[in-house]
Ligand binder design. Sequence first.
Ligand SMILES: [Fe+2]
Length: 315
Amino acid sequence: MPASILIADDDEISARFLKRLLTREGHHVSTVTTGDEVLRACASTPPDLVLIDLVAPGGHGFEICRQLKEQPTTRFIPVVIVTTQTDRHERLAGIDAGADDFVSKPFDPMELHARIKSLVKLKRYTDELESAEAVILGLGATIEARDPTTQGHCERLASYATSLGRSLGLDKTDLDALDRGGFLHDIGKIAVPDSVLLKDGKLDQQETRVMREHPIVGDALCAGLRSLNNVRPIVRHHHEKLDGSGYPDGLRSTAVPLLAQIVGIVDVYDALTSERPYHHARPREDALEVLGTEASKGWRDRVLVDAFADVLEPR
Ligand SMILES: [Fe+2]
């Protein structure tokens, strides 16, 4: 299984030796000599694996590794750090920087081969998962494309939901879920025919039933990907109401997941403040008043509605 490997080594002789060794095994190898070059190369053409043997001042290996692991676009690239000896302190620092593995000098070609093979195998799995996720996120965008009146809705939802989540002090995992939930909440509408989705007028009983299945269909679509586990409650429950009158499960009160409540609130807000075929865009104050009324009816949590009003910048 040939892989694309980036060698970052400030020692030319050692870099040449490694390159020869790995090229002989069929890998595509490129070399750089500084930390900046590693970051640039990984951002433009992400390799399957990076092998770092860098010391200061050109950018220390651990620091470069940390930077690669902090960037969403490069964090899944396996990083192997070359250590001179089996220095425990050095290895601990490497683990702390997010290094996936270590090799020590002088290189044992068999060991190097085995380590690279297992990391590249793992990387292939991650790639597959990433592309599956990209497909699902792409599907989210097609929903919006089918209904031209909802242009920008998903993006705005993701932005409103994360702003509200941040103001409530939610952690990064929840904020990421809100961001993706904004894009994916209506993904189940893929199963709703155009005649219903784009109908210019009130839906009849049968059409309403079809439309109300979209959270269940969406949940099932996301179920295949473990990375979307924390987005699923948003997809399934964004139309629930706290008094149990929502759908699809008629959940009540605190049984409605917080993240789904947040997306539910910003979904209503965005629908009201956007131009639609069946209504004109309403001013912010009107939309907040509607949400306030819904809180009075027991549909929404007033604390969340008020927090959202605070999040919206005053005009
Ligand atoms: Fe929905």
